[in-house]
Write a protein that binds this ligand. Sequence first.
Ligand SMILES: C[S@@+](CC[C@H](N)C(=O)[O-])C[C@H]1O[C@@H](n2cnc3c(N)ncnc32)[C@H](O)[C@@H]1O
Length: 352
Amino acid sequence: MGGVLYQMRMLCTGRSSMRKVSWAGGTSRPAVPRRSSRNATMWLRLWRRRFALRGVSEPKNSAQLLLAHCLGADTIYGVPEKTLNRSLSGDQQRLFDEMCRKRLQGLPVQYILGEWTFRDIKLRMKPPVLIPRPETEELVGLVLDSLKHVEVGSYQPDPQGVPASGPSLLDAGCGSGAICLSLLHSLPTARAVAVDKSEDAVSLTRLNATSLNLLGRCNVLHMDLTAGLAQRELAALGPFDIVVSNPPYVLSSHLPLLQPEVRWFEDRGALDGGKDGMDVLRVVLTLASEVLKDHGWLFVEVEPRHPELIAQELAEHVWPCLRLVHIYQDLSGKLRFCILRKISQDEEPHGK
Ligand SMILES: C[S@@+](CC[C@H](N)C(=O)[O-])C[C@H]1O[C@@H](n2cnc3c(N)ncnc32)[C@H](O)[C@@H]1O
């Protein structure tokens, strides 16, 4: 699920009273600049202040991203200084106003913009499909780095370094398609199967795959991984070189602690990992045991207490053909990524 906490820091650090607060004491309503003096920067300051007063998270970042969008840029740094010093056109002003009012209601910036950049691809965003988090960009980076260093199944470069056939990938719980589509974008000969139990997620992944011209290499399936037939159906589409997953991993008891805008607007089914946060993760580990090629790789994004639990359950031979080979921290220093490998049947299981 990734980085809910980090995401909260980035965009959702708002106070929980976002919906309740009205103009503080009636005296602190921000001054509206006089028409003659209103340039883009002034509108930016005005909305930033309104956001701050109303407890909207990341008020500065939010106002900057929305204004940049209205001015045709991805970030405020992409807007020329002279444009910031000029007045907004009527249309720009109306659009900025409309978007800022949505932000005032707590709607995440990504849903307001309707798009978000993930690594080097732009993805459409639609509530309630989970907004991809920065940690998940790191997860994709780990997959790509590993592919540089190891032979993965059929992914064997010819003497000129051109792979004869790319790796086959399974993205378990694809959401917006962030993981599988950015991998396919970076690996021109790879093919992927992407599955999600949410119809909204499946439609959004298909939409994103189509706009990125990747649908031809991405088979998007509406499937609940916990359903009896799912593993058999996926096994028939495999075996895969790589399974990658960012499953829901927030402990159910921690859900109320999530920032309000995460709880209000993002799909609970994308966040809730059950009592210990491992309900879907365990299903993914079992699935990987079934559908990976021998020596295939599983990359998972997890909650910081999960690597130890995974190691414990591996030691108890819950997944005898999987071996935990690496645990990585995310950029904030939290244990966040596990890399496992499937061993062949004639190899010694881990821990024996
Ligand atoms: C944390 S989100 C990750 C989405 C996307 N991969 C990303 O990283 O942005 C987890 C996704 O898993 C899906 N999911 C949860 N339980 C599932 C299940 N039993 N079977 C299939 N998909 C599931 C959710 O619908 C959600 O889209």
